[in-house]
Design a protein around this ligand. Structure first.
Ligand SMILES: Cc1ncc(COP(=O)(O)O)c(C=O)c1O
Length: 408
C-alpha cells in the first residue's frame, strides 16, 4: 500500500468540519455577544432541554456544568460523598474519575477491567463486593474501614459497560451508581428492559464536552445528568455556589456553571451529532475490512462491538478507535508500530499509558505492579488511531497499511 504518498493524517482535527457549521457557530457566538447573558440564562437552559430530548430520550434531567470533571464533583457533593466513604471505579481510564474521588476525601477502590471491552468487569466487581465485610448497620466496609457508597463504571471509547450486570450487583448490595458517560453521549444500551441511552441507565451520570469529544465545545464544558427532579434542583444550586435565591446560601457549592458561549456553540453543533457518530461508525467498518484484508487479525485486536447484534444504531459511537497490538506487553511491538506511524506522519495516542493505581499521586494507596493485570496489560498494548468523522477512506487504508508494514 503506498502509504508514503499521503499528507499527514492527524489523530483528530476540527478543521474539516463544514462551512455550514462555521456559519451556525458564528451566529451563535454573535447572538450571545448581543444579548450579553453570559452566565447560565437562556442559552444554557435551551441547550439542557435539547440534550434531554436528543440524547437522553426524555428519561433524565440535564444540568450544564463547566466540565465533565466539575459535573462529577457536583454529583459527589450532592450525595455528600467524603471522608469515611469509598467509591469503586476502574484503573484504566482518564484521571478525572479517581481524581474527584480523591478530592472529596473518599477512598478510591479499583476494580479491574474486562480485557475485550477495557471496561469494568462485573465478575471482578462481584469478587470485590463479596470480599468486603458488613458493619452493624449492614453497610459494606472496605479493608480500610470506609463505607462503600457508589459504583462508577466508565463507558469507555463510546460504547456502554455491561450495565445490566452492574446494576444488578448495585441493587443486591444497596449501592448507588454513577455512569461516567463522558465519552458516550448518544450511545444506546440494549438493556434487558429495552433500549436505554447512555447516561440514563443509572440514577446519575455525566458527559464531557471537551473539544475532541463527539460533541465538543470550543473550550471546557460538561453536563451532570440525573433522573430525580429534586437532585436536579440541588445540582443547579451546587453549580452556583449553593444558591437558589441570589446571595442566600443554604449549602456550599462551587462555580461549576456552563458558560453561555459554550452552550450556544454546543447548541449549534448538536444537530450534527447523530451524523458524526454514524460517520465514525462507518470509519470503524472501513478499518475492520482493511485489517481483515491485510490479514492482521492475529496481530491486532479491533474494538469489540459488544452490542452490535442489538440492531441499535448507536450501539457504539466510536469516540475513540482503540486497537490492541497483541502480545506487545512482552514483545514491545507497539513501540515499533508507534515509531513507524510517527515516521509516516500518522497521528495516534495511547489511552492510557499509566493505569491509575500506578500513578505517582496515588502511591499512598500502596498498589503494586500486578495488582490489576488487565488494566496494566491494556496500558502497554493499546493504541488509538484516527477516527474523526471527516477522515477519508484512503487515509484509513494508509493507517492500516503503515501498521501492516510495522507488524509483518
Ligand atoms: C472517561 C472520562 N471521564 C471524565 C472526563 C472528564 O471530563 P472533562 O475533561 O470535561 O473534565 C473525561 C474527559 O476527558 C473522560 O474521557
Amino acid at each position: 500500500m503506498p502509504s508514503d504518498t499521503l499528507q499527514p493524517i492527524p489523530l483528530f482535527t476540527l478543521s474539516r468540519q463544514s462551512a455550514q457549521l462555521t456559519a451556525a457557530i458564528k451566529e451563535a457566538v454573535n447572538r450571545v455577544l448581543e444579548h450579553q447573558e453570559f452566565i447560565l440564562g437562556k442559552e444554557t437552559a435551551a441547550f439542557e432541554k435539547k440534550i434531554e430530548t436528543a440524547c437522553l430520550g426524555g428519561a433524565a434531567h440535564a444540568i450544564g456544568m463547566s466540565s465533565g470533571t466539575d459535573a462529577l464533583m457536583a454529583l459527589f457533593m450532592a450525595k455528600n460523598i467524603g471522608p469515611g466513604d469509598a467509591v469503586i471505579t476502574t484503573p484504566y481510564t482518564f484521571f478525572a474519575t479517581a481524581g474527584c474521588i480523591h478530592r472529596v476525601g473518599a477512598e478510591i477502590v479499583f476494580c479491574d477491567i474486562e480485557p475485550l471491552t477495557y471496561m469494568m468487569d462485573p465478575e471482578k466487581l462481584r469478587e470485590l463486593l463479596v470480599s468486603f465485610q458488613r458493619d452493624a448497620s449492614g453497610s459494606l466496609i472496605t479493608l480500610s474501614g470506609n463505607r462503600v457508597r457508589i459504583i462508577m463504571p466508565i463507558h469507555l471509547f463510546g460504547t456502554c459497560c455491561d450495565m445490566d450486570a452492574i446494576m444488578r450487583l448495585a441493587k443486591e448490595y444497596n449501592l448507588m451508581v454513577i455512569e461516567d458517560a463522558a465519552q458516550a453521549i448518544g450511545a444506546d444500551y440494549p438493556s434487558a428492559q429495552g433500549p436505554q441511552k447512555a447516561g440514563t441507565i443509572a440514577e446519575m451520570s455525566y458527559f464531557s464536552f471537551y473539544p475532541s469529544k463527539n460533541l465538543g465545545a470550543a473550550g471546557d464544558a460538561g453536563m451532570a445528568v440525573c433522573r430525580d427532579e429534586k437532585l436536579a434542583e440541588e445540582l443547579r444550586s451546587i453549580r452556583n455556589h449553593g444558591m437558589k435565591e441570589r446571595y442566600y446560601h443554604n449549602i456550599v457549592g462551587g462555580n461549576f456553571r456552563l458558560d453561555a458561549l459554550q452552550a450556544a456553540i454546543l447548541r449549534a453543533k448538536l444537530p450534527f451529532l447523530e451524523q458524526w457518530s454514524a460517520q465514525r461508525r462507518a470509519n470503524a467498518a472501513i478499518y475492520r475490512s482493511a485489517f481483515e484484508a491485510a490479514s492482521l487479525l492475529d496481530r491486532v485486536s479491533l474494538p469489540y462491538e459488544y452490542f452490535v447484534a442489538s440492531g441499535l444504531n448507536n450501539h457504539h459511537i466510536y469516540h475513540q478507535y482503540v486497537i490492541r497490538i497483541l502480545g506487545s506487553a512482552q514483545s514491545g511491538l507497539r513501540e515499533r508500530v508507534i515509531a513507524h506511524l510517527t515516521k509516516k506522519n500518522i497521528g495516534y495516542a495511547i489511552y492510557y499509558p499509566v493505569p491509575l493505581h500506578l500513578q505517582k499521586c496515588f502511591a499512598y494507596l500502596n498498589h503494586v505492579q500486578g495488582a490489576y493485570p488487565q488494566a496494566e496489560r491494556a496500558a502497554k498494548e493499546t493504541l488509538a488511531l484516527p477516527i474523526f468523522p471527516e477522515l477519508r477512506e484512503e487515509e484509513i487504508r494508509a493507517v492500516v497499511g503503515a501498521i501492516a508494514e510495522a507488524v509483518i
